[in-house]
Write a protein that binds this ligand. Structure first.
Ligand code: ATP
Ligand code: MG
Ligand code: MG
Length: 298
């Protein structure tokens, strides 16, 4: 039997990305649930493990261990497409990564859910800020360990089972001082570039500030209701060029200023995560004051 079969008594399919499949797995002896990500083993996937094993922070998906297997066929039907992709590679090995189990609802679904709700309410503003603050804390930590995430987008941001924000999917992470053609190639392959910093799309050399740009877009999306695909399309390109809707800047002046600074075309003009953390904390205090005022008045 495989290691997965020995240690886990159930494997239930959770989701897939471009590079791997993720399962909810129950550890037989510990009687606890984990997320197990199975990826076709390449040198690149080993980096994901290498990175994760160095990171321990409350806003980053916790990593426990990894192992290798000959088969990636946890569930036959799901893996048929996966193994055909690698069938010309006879010595294909699979990497199993055991991680903390998170909610199946990612930040992408959180945003979609908010956008179907009728009102642009103050609760969304507070929650949005809290989520942005937690992502920034995680990113500050990643940068302090000299890593760059490089793939920050709502679907890669998860929630822990207690609702805390957990940055996940470290498949594209690199060392801050690393320049590697293979990794650039992998970036180039990727379909979604909508959150990606402009210099990450066109240049080979970029730095940790590529993580600040997508965070600016995410923070905007957390606060601002974009109901239709059409509306999103119309607003998105402008936002990427630092032009946020006028109504947004009037409704959220302080947030608008922070987000604009994150969306600077030149990476060196974007703030460090540590500075953002301080600015968002000030923003939170202002919101708090406003709320207590309103409560006093009523
Ligand atoms: P990508 O194409 O984004 O690089 P990927 O193959 O690297 O994808 P992930 O993004 O890590 O895979 O995971 C794919 C999906 O599996 C996620 O969108 C999420 O729904 C689910 N998932 C990943 N990690 C976990 C986890 N720790 N707990 C619960 N679900 C998870
Ligand atoms: Mg992903
Ligand atoms: Mg990935």
């Amino acid at each position: 039997p495989s290691k997965a079969q020995v240690y886990f008594d159930s494997m239930e399919y959770l989701g897939s990305g471009a590079f791997g499949h993720v399962y909810k797995a129950r550890h037989t002896l510990l009687e606890r649930y984990y997320a197990v990500k199975v990826v076709c083993r390449e040198e690149k996937s080993l980096r994901e493990v290498g990175t994760l094993s160095e990171l321990l922070h409350c806003n980053i998906v916790r990593y426990y261990t990894f192992w290798m297997e000959d088969s990636g066929q946890v569930i036959q039907s799901i893996f048929s497409s996966f193994s055909s992709r690698t069938s010309n590679n006879s010595s294909a090995k699979y990497l199993y990564i055991q991680m903390e189990l998170c909610d199946t609802k990612t930040l992408k679904e959180w945003i979609e859910e908010k956008n179907t709700q009728s009102l642009q309410d103050s609760k969304r503003r507070e929650e949005g800020l809290s989520i942005a603050q937690q992502i920034v804390s995680g990113v500050e930590y990643i940068h302090s360990k000299k890593h760059i995430h490089r793939d920050l987008k709502p679907e890669n941001i998860l929630f822990g089972l207690n609702g805390e924000v957990k940055i996940g999917d470290f498949g594209l992470v690199t060392r801050d001082d690393d320049d590697d053609d293979a990794l650039m190639e992998r970036t180039g392959q990727r379909g979604t570039t909508t959150y990606m910093a402009p210099e990450q799309k066109r240049e080979k050399n970029y730095d940790r500030k590529v993580d600040i740009f997508p965070l600016g877009l995410i923070y905007f999306e957390l606060l601002w209701k974009l109901s239709t695909v059409h509306e999103r399309g119309a607003v998105w390109d402008d936002a990427r060029s630092q032009k946020l809707p006028e109504e947004f800047s009037l409704t959220f002046p302080q947030e608008n200023q922070i987000i604009e600074s994150m969306l600077h075309e030149k990476p060196e003009d974007r703030p460090e995560a540590s500075k953002l953390k301080a600015e968002m904390e000030m923003c939170a205090q202002t919101l708090n004051k406003q709320n207590t005022h309103q409560e006093d008045e009523t």
